[in-house]
Design a protein around this ligand. Sequence first.
Ligand code: LLP
Length: 432
Amino acid sequence: MHDFRYVNGRLYCEGVSLESLALKHGTPLYVYSQHTLLEHFRKLDSALSEMDHLVCFAVKANSNLAVLSALAGAGAGFDIVSEGELRRVIAAGGDTSKCAFAGVGKTESEIAFALKAGIHTFNVESEPELERINRVAGKLKKVAPIAIRVNPNVNARTHAKITTGTYENKFGIAFERVEEVYARASKLRNIKLRGVQMHIGSQLTQVKPFAEAVAKVLPLVRSLKQRYGIEFFSIGGGIGIIYNPALASGNAAWWRRPAAKGLLTPARYADALTPLLKPLGLKILLEPGRFIVGNAGVLLTRVEYVKRTGKKNFVIVDAAMNDLIRPAFYDSYHEILPLVKRRGAEIPSDIVGPICESGDYFAKDRPLHKVSEGQHLALLSAGAYGFVMASNYNARPLAAEVLVNGTKVCVVRDRQPVEDIWKFEKLPPWLA
Ligand code: LLP
């Protein structure tokens, strides 16, 4: 599943001890396993091998150039949501003709940039956007390849903040209106109807909502193919990962656990969807982010203080919600392990950061072996929506990022120098 495991009581990423990385590069430190992320990409890619397909990595999950470059080398396309992400793909050597541009708020200049870069498609999220793309393409004397994003109104039964496929959400065009919008689009001179797209949500742990949404949209896709000769159907991203191994397989920790039962694996995903999709005879696009990179990254942190209040044991670490906001934002679970394995009783502990907010925690009442100042912990499954959601809150510099490949290590992003945080700020003349 991933390449983080204990070897002689020390937590390793592939062939490198994480303690050695924490000591050498400092903390907070993101560490990514190249083997894990490529393995996840290949597993998904090969599970779909029965169909013509393209796996477009969702850049929003992790946009480090090294991660993008590794995936580009493996043949991945990219799902992008801004000019910045497209520029990152280009900087990493990715193929723009494999980029799908999603997002409800594409600006005119973003559309123009993407048209000039020769992207694969715009995933159109509204009727005004369709008109705007046509207008911008007209000005540039180009034809814009598009897919309409269908909102299938299917509940993905995931966290409310990452559900996208119901009419409660701002995404896509309502299922019932889609045919009309295609009819309009087919009349626009600078638009080429290339496909149809949907995405119902993120961190789905069951195959059922995917199958339900695909089955619901299938008749529409068939008719669009017949009428407009579209070439592809993008079924979005959303494949979930295991954050809490105890929930996934009784109480067994992941390093003791054989294959967890009932999980959403690439094989189960493909087995459920291939029979539905293959007869369409269309190219199938996917936009996974978390599945590829989520379990390929950890955040290393140093214990600064251990503090007992009347009721609680607090472990205060040097990483904070500005480095990894998921627990504060989604109440999400991240497995927390010591880099050097400990023995003895586990104490229910709150693992918290130094930021002045009660929401700045990574875990509450989590059983943890006794730790003390200077020891290190790893927050697992931090490869997706970790660094990319980091901020400078409390004037804290952005963490460094390291990529491991076997026994090779490369710092793929330097720790931000603290002065950098206010580099673009200025004093007005009357205060200078
Ligand atoms: N395609 C579209 C249109 C999306 O909106 C998303 C994610 C993806 C693909 C990739 O989804 P994935 O395969 O990674 O689940 N920050 C949140 C997740 C936000 C997801 C936003 N959209 C988190 O930390 O859980």
